[in-house]
Design a protein around this ligand. Structure first.
Ligand code: CU
Length: 152
């Protein structure tokens, strides 16, 4: 009897883990030499788990064509954030002093490499901007919007 109960609990746990994994939205973004993300519009439900995989398919050297993905909190001045990032080359162009203005971010990714970040979408519906903070990329248009919608 004891064994059966434990077995049953184990199965229930497995089912819950499977359900949780399924609830995660997986998104792949590609960056190349055109200073654009492969997707500039993303949609999520409030509080949804999201897994972003950023792949850099450039063949240029890391110092010439790296990319990251930084999702900014609502109301963040993207220009000011990007400006601060330019002084953070030692930290992959991610400004530690403004870390509280980012919801999530990947590492800076060199050509042929990738990085993944998992996070929870904001509970508050709205439009959240994401940018690449490698020098010059955001200003050239390497950005997009995550639309958080209650009924996507
Ligand atoms: Cu970039």
């Amino acid at each position: 009897m004891q064994f059966r109960l434990r077995h049953c609990l184990a199965l229930t746990t497995l089912a819950l883990v499977a359900a949780t994994a399924h609830a995660e939205q997986q998104i792949t973004l590609v960056g190349q030499n055109d200073l654009r993300y492969s997707k500039s519009q993303l949609t999520a439900a409030p509080g949804e788990r999201i897994r972003i995989k950023l792949i850099n398919k450039s063949h240029l050297p890391a110092s010439a064509m790296s990319h990251n993905w930084v999702l900014l909190k609502h109301g963040t001045d993207a220009d000011a954030f990007d400006h601060a990032a330019q002084s953070a080359s030692g930290n992959g162009y991610f400004p530690k002093s403004r870390a509280d203005q980012a919801i999530a971010h990947t590492d800076m990714v060199a050509g042929g490499k990738q990085d993944t970040v998992t996070f929870t979408a904001p509970k508050k519906p709205g439009d959240y901007e994401y940018i690449c903070t490698f020098p010059g990329h955001f200003r050239a248009g390497m950005k997009g919007t995550l639309h958080v919608r209650a009924n996507p």
